[in-house]
Design a protein around this ligand. Structure first.
Ligand code: HQG
Length: 183
């Protein structure tokens, strides 16, 4: 049987990244929700959820997708949003190369237009090929692209790093992309 925490994690991703209004929740400009309000609204909407379950998922989640505010009362997703939120991240210097896993069927379009945010607020890049591969496989036959992040940064593009180590950027023009070795 799949771990029930996966279901809870997917539900939290859905309401904290994409559709808070599906349970009548409102996020503040930083993407935060009062944890207890989220739980009450979820229960009202027929989704059984307890504070213990939420705390368990935040602590267990290997990718640390969610975090609590320092006072413990609020919760947010740390990346992956499709709704407009200001995560208040400061630009940081990226490593020379970052990676993006995607599907082969998207390759022509990506090499033509570059990496676009699509439905999310940023283009998401990974620090290593393994992580990028896991992300890319969700979309189809895997291709891993190397992003010349250092060169992009020197050319004035801003990079951000989410609390859980995902690299975020507005757009990657095609000139900074190359196919990765065995990807
Ligand atoms: C593709 C997960 C055609 C892009 C991961 C990707 C990540 C283009 C898809 C986070 C394109 C968007 C984000 C272009 C980009 N033409 N296709 N010009 N530009 N694409 O799911 O990066 O597990 O929105 O290559 O760990 O796959 O949910 O983005 O295939 O950090 O916590 O359009 O989601 O986090 O797909 O994944 P997505 P992503 P979680």
């Amino acid at each position: 049987m799949p771990d029930p925490r996966i279901k809870t994690s997917k539900f939290l991703s859905y309401v904290l990244r994409h559709k808070p209004e599906s349970i009548g929740l409102t996020l503040d400009s930083g993407g935060w929700a009062e944890t207890q309000v989220l739980i009450d609204l979820a229960n009202t909407a027929g989704k059984q959820l307890t504070l213990e379950q939420v705390q368990d998922v935040v602590a267990w989640n290997a990718k640390q997708r969610f975090s609590f505010s320092p006072d413990g009362r609020r919760i947010r997703a740390v990346q992956g949003h499709s709704i407009a939120v200001d995560l208040k991240l400061e630009p940081v210097q990226p490593p020379e190369s970052l990676f993006h896993g995607t599907a082969k069927h998207s390759l022509d379009s990506i090499l033509d237009k570059g990496l676009l945010k699509m439905r999310r607020q940023h283009v998401h890049l990974s620090l290593d090929v393994d992580t990028a591969s896991a992300v890319g496989r969700r979309h189809g036959e895997l291709v891993v692209l190397t992003v010349a992040a250092g060169a992009m940064c020197r050319d004035g593009h801003e990079f951000f790093r989410s609390e859980n180590g995902v690299w975020l950027v507005d757009h990657v023009p095609p000139m900074y992309l190359s196919l990765t070795g065995d990807g």
